[in-house]
Design a protein around this ligand. Sequence first.
Ligand code: ADP
Ligand code: MG
Length: 726
Amino acid sequence: MSGNTVRLNAISAITSTPTVESGFDFVSSPTSSVWGDNVFSLNEMEQRLPKAIFKSLKKTITSGEELDPTTADAVAEAMKTWAISKGVTHYAHVFYPLTGLTAEKHDSFFDPDGNGGTIATFAGKALIQGEPDGSSFPNGGIRQTFEARGYTIWDVTSPAYIIENPNGTTLCIPTAFVSWTGEALDKKTPVLRSMQALNEHAQRVLKFFGTDGPFISSSAGAEQEYFLVDNHFYYARPDLLAAGRTLFGSPPPKGQEFDDHYFGAIPERVQAFMFEVERECFKLGIPAKTRHNEVAPGQFELAPVYEMANVATDHQQLVMTTLRKVATKYGMTCLLHEKPFAGVNGSGKHVNFSMGSSKAGNLFDPGDTPAENAQFVVFCAAMISSVYKHAKLLRSVVASASNDHRLGANEAPPAILSVFLGTELYEVMESIVNGSPITSKRVPLNLGVDVLPSIPKDSGDRNRTSPMAFTGNRFEFRAVGSNQSIAGPMVAMNTIMAEALDEAATLLEAADTSSTEKLGAAVADYVKKVWGECSNVVFNGDGYADEWQTEAARRGLPNLVTTPDALGVLKEQTYIDLFAKYEVLSERELDSRYEVYAEQYISAVNVESNLVVEIARTMVFPAAIRYQGQMASSLASLKTIGVETDHDTISTLTALIKKLQDSVAGLEALKAKEHDADSVAAHCFMIKDEILPKMLEVRGHVDALEAIVADDLWPLPTYQEMLYIR
Ligand code: ADP
Ligand code: MG
């Protein structure tokens, strides 16, 4: 009688784990003393580089101007000296392939000097360009293995940093990854290109307000949600280990219905973990700011202060890496999957988006003067217009097998993209359009001469159900998945804003703007045009409500429920043209992304369906059979002593075992048919329409068995245990 020892041992191991030992001393080693310690920052450069070189480099970093290649040798030398002084032995070009992960290839600084010794070398060329063997990264057909050369190219605008390991440290240099023909094989290149496009058209608009000049860059602040699970449970769940989510498990007796976890006291071990995560972030110059419990038990959030889009994107990848790495030190695993547990909230990543420059300020911030307000109104209208026109694109850049479980599940915004403005901003827009006074008392009326009303600051309300909410001085894109790179969303938002600003600028350029009043009127005309065409996308109500689905359909807003629907958007001519026009992605580059993301969807579900078969067969079925055997022999023994008991439980159990076997066999038969799909798209739809429902059917039987089979025989750590024991 083996019973199930793994699960029960896990529980006893965790409950006897000693409490966290104290580690950090913020008096002798305050946060300010470690901040940016591992970053080759502007300060560090200024101290180590000749003045002229520093000036030229800084210009590139802050204004997006092209890098003067003659500075590379000097920068490389300074970077090397700094790194070696900090004990670094290797450098790595870090890049961001289409997998959404981070990739790196390490090289030693040290070469033989020919005399039996060694010399540290790092030439400008090695800094600027690397040649990793990138042939095994997905490229969606851009590169054949016979032309495998791909180059990594230094991204001057994202600072180099040092990653520590107990046995040594590595200098990491953020790079773009391109094919030898110059096509983007990565997530960074299009982010940089889209920022250029956004800047170009924002400048055209800002000219009218006299705030043009300094580079307009978009900013992102990404709130990261995650779960923590004790390693003992994690390693006892092959589904968590290989797929990042539980494929089986019935809801815990106590779920999240009491709302007692959200913002509650953070458990000690978790808080210790958070301190270390933040300290690691600070060393890397990542401005981690907010930490709290999230809605589901075992769920938490980390939010940094926003940064320039490109740096924020790189830092976001580092945040995910750091969360995972530090969790293991505390005997836990950080789950970044969008839906690790059915029936409790999943994890998202709210990407807060704004744009601006030192001169123009934050362009989503209502100003104090009518001129500032006019500028704000144009950018807001452009945002509304871009979301209306490209809702489908925004849906497609957050599409993944895992995020499908979350979007629209009454915990996350629906797959319908709408914009929440809040009552005040809504009234402002309406009053501009109708030329009517504003009724809300909180909005000071100032329509007469200036045409445009003044707008109170922080006019955004709170609406948790909107996928794109105005929150006072930024738009918060809430449909992004917890596990996703924010590069895709940034590329999409930058590019569609570039297009909307292009349109706005073209209108203003054609209008008479010779006086403040006339400019005001031209701005009002633009707002009217946008409102007339696009106000359908504005929705201030409850995005989780069923009525919204009906209402959105009536308004003609797209509702691409699943990834196979949403990815198809990347094949549409509109998007081929849009990305080509703003020089963000060529047709081939866009197509390659479709191929890679569709393949990822297929692979992700494939791993899951394999696991469903394996776990059902080798863990659940044996447990059920054991229990059946035990029960059968008890019933038989009882019978020999003349006790008749009813056979309801064993009948139910036997029926469930049969259903389990049949559904697993059914799933296998479907999987065997997958090869027949004659295109990637057909394959995706087959997965969505046939495989995933069948997996759910198996799950139904397994979860029913969990409710019957003796607890000491059940092999998989339960939801109750994973969510509540820590
Ligand atoms: P909430 O949960 O209420 O949305 P948080 O404090 O958790 O608020 O996160 C807010 C996020 O918005 C942070 O990452 C913050 O840096 C970011 N943010 C704030 N202002 C801006 C802005 N102007 N542009 C981009 N992001 C911003
Ligand atoms: Mg938040």
